[in-house]
Design a protein around this ligand. Sequence first.
Ligand code: RIB
Length: 310
Amino acid sequence: MTGPRIVVVGSANVDLTVISEWLPSRGETVMADQLVRAGGGKGANQAVAAARAGAEAAFVGRVGDDDFGRGILRDLAREGINTERTIVDEQTHTGVALIMVDKKGENIIGIARGANGRLRPTDVDAAHDVIETADMLLLQLEIPLDTVMAAIGTARAAGVRVLLNPAPAPSTGAPRELTGGADYLTPNSVEAVQLLRAEGGEEPEALAGRLVESGAGAVILTLGAAGACICDGEECYRVRAPQVAAVDSTGAGDCFSGVLAVALSEGMELPDAARFAACAAALCVQVPGAQPSMPRRTAIEQLFEQHEPH
Ligand code: RIB
């Protein structure tokens, strides 16, 4: 049996992660002993998460014509991900993320987006056949917004469902065409507030409900260790996540979105699919680095079977 076809249009980075006791404040230097260099970028992370969860995944993106870019293409191919529509851009460098993680697993991230910032609507046009034949299109917001909109347009015209992970969220709020183009929207609480330009302090149910009103088909608002709050236009409810000791939360949101796309494409109902994705994210936070921490299907299934839904 082959898995669902998931196409990701998005970013790819090399992540350089320093793991330290605490995160530095402005002007402070923190000494650390642990460095992790690994594949990252929300788009590539989601493609790896989907592939390890059983999808036939394809990645549409841009990398630089440098060692980092070549390494990314090699790593994605090793995961069985189709990179035929990933462009090697000779004009700029591969995206790089500088990350610091503290002993609670919390992080801060700075990104030089390089080639990711040059992914164009014409690149989406060139990948139209891959998008049109997919079971689901997976998007994030580390690439230009007009490219995201072009991908949404191509998918919707072909009747392909769209899962948008609106990260990082634009601080100026989200245009209705963006949220309205998503069958599934997976913000975290901070992103939900930014998308709505809300004041903060609202309950997750209120935020998710307002995002559904702004056009999204269903909103799965991720709550980290507390699971997720889901509003689908008819009702709002919560799903729980297994409680685990986190060492690095980097990529956990990507893991959730990638695995959710697989579960939904396989026909799982949304509450179970979200719980399945939450189990995957719980495994992800127990391993340092973004792509190295994406769990395999069997591990997700085992935790899903052990984990009580209520
Ligand atoms: O979501 C985590 C990712 O954000 C990291 O891998 C980093 O590259 C940034 O894109």
